[in-house]
Design a protein around this ligand. Structure first.
Ligand code: 13P
Ligand code: SF4
Length: 320
């Protein structure tokens, strides 16, 4: 614990010296989220992270999350230095959607508007007409559908199927998945619901459809936190990364939050739902990035950046 305090103190000094601000995702460990809050940074969902980094005057952004979040920050703020605790922190959706294969998929459907989830590389965004995060995916697709557009969606197949069901839009889907949310099990969740009949079930739409079907609220991380505050229930079963419990518990200290099961056969697996890449964002790595930027700085090819900026700005403009 003393060690952690020492790291935190050094990071606070470095943030000031380097005119840097810490931008963290809800899935990072509680101590990282607390540090971002204490130092005037932000803790939020991926859309708000992009907005915050864009609006903040600091010269350096240190992004505690996964690589696509750092890349998005750099695309939006090429004049800023964008650092990450580790460049190894990726995402299974990004890994499962290589730019060349995705471009071939788009080429095979030239009549479709290309909508990609933010959890993708700069090169995939560069091929897209729209970028969306889970908090505005429904609104954007609804809007495109109302204009009679047909959609090519990538990479998350569960989120894509959810959006398709909700909007009725004509969509073809890339078949990617999040290794964390894909593990939630509907049977075990239904069993757990029986044990807590008064609990509301909160589900991130990267989860399989049969898990989403059991939800009282479906949404992005920030939307799920909001639901935990606005629904009258005092107990919640939560199907998303356990990093989110920090914020939920902080906002609603008298409510009870239970992890949705990831084990099959009725077995519940506690603390399993945690993204291994989000977990890489430790205090030591943050200090290292602020001390020596080498190996921590995000660079995006200038031509790709220009192309990827177009669908990203469309998203930010739409979400206003
Ligand atoms: P949010 O946009 O809901 O924060 O989700 C990002 C993410 O990676 C979910 O797994
Ligand atoms: Fe990617 Fe899933 Fe991790 Fe989110 S939780 S960053 S979607 S692997």
């Amino acid at each position: 614990i003393d060690d952690k305090q020492a790291y935190k103190a050094r990071i606070k000094t470095l943030l000031q010296q380097k005119d840097a601000v810490l931008v963290a995702h809800y899935y990072t460990d509680p101590e990282i989220q607390a540090l971002a809050e204490e130092t005037g940074g932000c803790v939020s969902d991926s859309l708000e992270m992009a907005r915050f980094g864009n609006a903040h005057p600091a010269k350096t952004l240190i992004v505690a999350g996964v690589k696509f979040m750092g890349e998005t920050a750099k695309i939006l703020n090429p004049e800023k230095t964008v650092l990450m605790p580790t460049l190894e922190a990726t995402c299974s959706l990004d890994l499962g959607c290589p730019a060349d294969a995705f471009a071939a998929f788009c080429d095979a459907h030239p009549d479709r508007v290309v909508v990609v989830y933010a959890n993708t590389s700069a090169a995939v965004k560069a091929r897209a007409d729209w970028v969306v995060t889970s908090s505005i995916a429904l609104d954007v697709v609804e809007h495109l559908d109302s204009e009679g557009k047909k959609i090519l969606w990538g990479p998350d197949r569960h989120l894509g199927a959810y959006v398709q069901t909700q909007t009725g839009a004509d969509m073809v889907l890339w078949q990617g998945a999040c290794i964390v949310h894909d593990e939630f099990k509907a049977n075990a969740l239904a069993e757990l619901k029986k044990q807590y009949p008064d609990a509301a079930v909160l589900v991130h739409p990267e989860s399989p459809a049969n898990v989403v079907d059991l939800a009282d609220a479906v949404g992005s991380t920030s939307q799920l936190i909001k639901a935990s505050q606005t629904l009258p229930n005092s107990t919640f079963i939560v199907a998303t990364d356990r990093g989110i419990f920090y914020k939920m518990q902080q906002a609603m200290p008298d409510k009870t939050f239970i992890e949705a099961p990831t084990g099959g056969n009725g077995a519940t697996c506690r603390s399993c739902a945690h993204c291994p890449w989000m977990a890489m964002n430790g205090l030591q790595a943050i200090e290292a990035a602020l001390t020596d930027t080498a190996g921590h700085e995000i660079f995006v090819d200038a031509a790709l950046r220009e192309q990827a900026l177009v669908p990203l700005n469309r998203m930010l403009g739409f979400a206003k």
